[in-house]
Design a protein around this ligand. Structure first.
Ligand code: SF4
Length: 240
């Protein structure tokens, strides 16, 4: 890592309130080619992609984690995005298919032990990918949930196996309304499940993703009825 923790904190403070384009341009200048956008193609990811591809450079690699439980609507959206920007999205896969996981751990692990399922199907594939990168761009926002309220624009992170990388959150200070304003005003493709009440879209099991009711938190439909709030992708590494 070319920056010390103190330099990262200073830069992060300077980036507060700056347009995501400036942050993405800095990221591209500093870290290409060891830089990538990580997205599950939620609204924030779509905004990041549009700014990065159209205003910075379409050469920033993009990856997603294909858990084997993605909604068909999400798969179709990824195909549209690839066509729109002329890019190929890298799909990271877990070691086990859903069928192999069921054979090894029993059926519906996601219902019985969702943390373990997320670790196998999301965290481990990301952890395997990270040594190829110095920096990873995400669509994390502070107002998405209490667990994200203290996120910074730049977060120096260390994985449990000791790998250090920079997490870059260009939309950290945006509201949900700003994100949707961007999507609508730029006529971006988005997941049609949002129009059916799904505020945050993950995997297909109903215990992992359900629509939210008016007034509910935007992540209330994720692992509803449990204490689980995060899949682990934003929490498995420690801030330095
Ligand atoms: S969201 Fe559900 S199905 Fe997807 S990895 Fe996590 S527990 Fe498994």
């Amino acid at each position: 890592m070319k920056f010390s923790p103190d330099q990262i904190r200073e830069l992060s403070a300077q980036f507060e309130g700056q347009h995501p384009r400036q942050i993405l341009q800095w990221a591209a200048d500093q870290f290409m080619p060891r830089l990538a956008i990580s997205t599950a193609f939620g609204p924030e990811g779509l905004v990041i992609l549009d700014i990065a591809m159209r205003k910075v450079t379409p050469r920033i690699p993009v990856f997603t984690i294909d858990t084997g439980f993605l909604f068909p609507e999400t798969q179709e959206l990824i195909t549209k995005i690839e066509k729109d920007y002329g890019i190929t999205v890298e799909r990271l896969h877990p070691d086990l298919t859903p069928e192999q996981q069921a054979a090894q751990y029993g059926p519906e692990l996601y219902r019985r032990e969702p943390d373990k399922c997320c670790h196998l199907r999301k965290v481990l594939p990301l952890q395997k990918k990270l040594p190829q990168l110095d920096a990873m761009i995400t669509g994390l926002r502070r107002t998405q949930s209490a667990t994200r309220a203290n996120a910074a624009v730049l977060q120096l992170q260390q994985t449990p196996d000791g790998y250090r990388y920079l997490k870059i959150n260009p939309l950290v200070g945006w509201s949900k309304e700003e994100v949707w304003w961007y999507i609508v005003s730029h006529q971006l493709h988005y997941n049609p499940l949002h129009d059916r009440g799904y505020a945050s879209i993950g995997c297909t099991p109903d215990c992992c993703t359900r629509p939210v009711q008016p007034g509910e938190d935007e992540r209330a439909g994720r692992w509803a009825g449990t204490d689980k709030k995060e899949c682990g992708l934003h929490t498995f590494a420690a801030n330095i």
